[in-house]
Ligand binder design. Structure first.
Ligand code: KIV
Length: 267
């Protein structure tokens, strides 16, 4: 059976039907292919590539060209998933024209299906302009890592009433502008529940509790490749770090002892 391609419309129907949406990050062809086969609904080419692929401390250094490289690799591995690409820091904050040019580059040069950007009211002009060009937009509120130097820490956001009220109003604005979904990162579960209940579009949580319409995790965290990052919200499904290290240690031993390659492994 040919798998049904996931569209933004299907995600909205999933919310209406109470079906939860699964989303994971990917940055290359091989993992994207595995995740697509495993039945993931949405792949996010996240600017977390800056951390987990490039080893930077924050998401700020990654460039639009680098995001385009990762996204075009992911797209080649996918036949069913919806692929959304983060607009990186500096590619949309200056003005709405720059935001539109960045979004168009992503769509034309990668073949991805939409973009994600961080923020609410302050980026609304850009959101509207990108949407007017026919590019699906996913919002991102709560802990927005591109603003880490403004927040100062990666702790839970919107615990205070004033920040929670702004988040709720931003979520409504993003929906009214025409965003097809919103990511809520690291906020109290009951706040995310209220936002999800008040919106018609899907709300995808990361550290935002069980009442969201779907969940997203960074692949390196979920698979236990990256073992230093252990926030409460993370469920680590594998500890790939150990078997990968063990396998490579064995390879090093085999090369050093000249037991690899053997007679059968040569021409
Ligand atoms: O870049 C990313 O991986 C993200 C997720 C944490 C939602 O934005």
């Amino acid at each position: 059976m040919v798998p049904k391609k996931i569209t933004t419309h299907i995600l909205q129907n999933m919310k209406s039907a109470g079906e939860k949406i699964s989303m994971i990050t990917a940055y290359d062809f091989s993992f994207a292919k595995l995740f697509d086969k495993a039945g993931i609904d949405v792949i996010l080419v996240g600017d977390s590539a800056s951390n987990v692929m490039a080893g930077h401390e924050t998401t700020l250094p990654i460039t639009l060209d680098q995001m385009i490289y990762h996204a075009s690799s992911v797209i080649r591995g996918v036949s069913r998933c919806l692929v959304i690409v983060d607009l990186p820091f500096g590619s949309y904050q200056s003005n709405s024209k720059e935001a539109l040019i960045s979004a168009i580059r992503i769509m034309k040069e990668t073949g991805a299906h939409g973009v994600k950007l961080e923020g609410g009211e302050e980026v609304m002009e850009s959101v509207k302009r990108i949407l007017a060009a026919g590019v699906p937009v996913m919002g991102h509120l709560g802990l927005t890592p591109q603003s880490i130097y403004k927040f100062g820490t990666y702790t839970v956001r919107a615990k205070e009433e004033s920040e929670a009220a702004k988040l709720k109003s931003d979520a409504k604005l993003l929906e009214e502008a025409g965003c097809f979904a919103i990511v809520l990162e690291k906020i109290p579960a009951l706040l995310a529940k209220e936002v999800a209940a008040n919106l018609h579009i899907p709300v995808i949580g990361i550290g935002a509790g069980k009442y969201c319409d779907g969940q997203v995790l960074v692949m390196h965290d979920l698979l236990g490749i990256n073992t230093e990052f252990k926030p409460r919200f993370l469920r680590q499904y594998l500890n790939l770090n150990e078997p990968i290290t063990a396998a490579v240690e064995q390879y090093v031993r085999d090369v050093r002892s000249n037991s690899f390659p053997n007679e059968q492994e040569q021409y």
